[in-house]
Design a binder for this molecule. Structure first.
Ligand code: BGC
Length: 333
């Protein structure tokens, strides 16, 4: 009897406590909400765009993100930044698929002419969601436009500059981001075209860094051990130059090794200033992000847009640095 009485009392106390807590948190939530909204209903942004990079936590893609978010803030568009943690085609395609299911107002994605990527881009268009490719194109798809570097031209520029700096005599090791990426392939093709015009410049080897600095360093090391005659490198994606430079310095080969990098990330600029990297090909990732958001708005408003929109690429040396990683062109407008 006594035991029963104790159990009932305990249960009753528990009930009273949890009931009071529920009331307390309910009132607190109401209060917070009132403070957040300040009595007015929360306004959701006018547009929801998604930016799908090749790799989320890559400093190059963070510049694209920054540009896109700056434009988004101007036009009241929420910019969701979502994609593979590390470069991965399947995950990239899944991210586009998920964006379609979420019925976003527009998709900005790195493109590549992979049949599955083409199909998912076409599926978005079919559902009335405009798609812009940036940085790398998928011209086989029905994407509305491409904004980014003319990658063949950029590779060609790199080749010409390397030929000039090495006085037309070089044995070159190429470290490229991914063999499958359209932009990387075009850069290598442009580079090959430029050096085909110089009989004493040859490519000794081309290896893949999976767009990481560590793999770029590893591949550089392997190349230099296997082919000690290499006296020039071309790194075709944003972190390759710094990886190459680390090994060239470690093996004390800097004096007789020319390095052409890609992009103008802070570390690359610092190494050019130090004399460890000789030159780099600049791109405009911030512009790509900014312009793609503005273009999505134009498309949604029914304006005609150009399908091919090349941003600038240049060869930069120490005397051209430092350069801002963003704004130049946006400010001119
Ligand atoms: C390329 C991007 C790539 C990045 C990797 C850039 O040069 O344009 O496609 O994702 O390098 O770091």
């Amino acid at each position: 009897m006594r035991v029963r009485y104790v159990i009932i009392s305990v249960l009753l106390i528990c009930f009273i406590i949890s009931f009071s807590l529920s009331i307390y948190f309910y009132l607190k939530a109401l209060n917070n909400n009132a403070r957040l909204t300040d009595g007015k209903p929360i306004q959701s942004p006018a547009y929801h765009f998604i930016l799908i990079p090749e790799e989320m936590d890559n400093p190059y893609w963070h510049l694209v993100e920054e540009g896109a978010k700056a434009a988004g803030a101007k036009i009241d568009a929420a910019i969701e930044y979502k994609g593979p943690v590390q470069t991965n085609m399947e995950e990239h395609i899944d991210a586009i698929d998920t964006a379609i299911a979420a019925k976003v107002d527009g998709i900005i994605t790195q493109g590549t002419p992979n049949p599955k990527m083409t199909a998912v881009i076409n599926a978005a268009i079919q559902k009335g969601i405009p798609v812009i490719t940036i940085d790398s194109d998928d011209p086989n798809s029905r994407r509305v436009a491409y904004i980014g570097t003319n990658n063949f031209k950029a590779g060609y520029q790199a080749g010409k500059a390397l030929v000039k700096a090495t006085h037309g005599k070089a044995e070159v090791g190429v470290v490229t981001g991914n063999f499958d990426s359209a932009n990387e392939k075009q850069r290598v093709a442009g580079f090959k075209k430029a050096i085909s015009e110089a009989p004493d410049v040859h490519i000794v080897d081309v290896e893949e860094s999976h767009i990481t600095r560590v793999r770029a360093a590893e591949e550089t090391y392997n190349m230099l051990i296997k082919y000690p005659k290499i006296n020039a490198f071309f790194g075709t994606s944003a972190l390759d130059g710094t990886g190459i430079s680390a090994i060239v310095e470690q093996l004390a080969r800097k004096k007789d090794t020319y390095i052409m990098a890609f992009d103008t990330l802070k570390d690359t600029q610092a190494l050019i200033k130090k004399g460890n990297i000789d030159a780099t090909v600049s791109q405009e990732p911030y512009q790509m992000g900014y312009k793609s958001v503005m273009m999505l708005l134009d498309i949604l408003k029914g304006k005609q847009v150009k399908p091919l929109n090349y941003t600038d690429s240049k060869i930069l040396h120490a005397s051209d640095l430092p350069i801002s990683t963003k704004d130049a062109e946006v400010k001119k407008k």
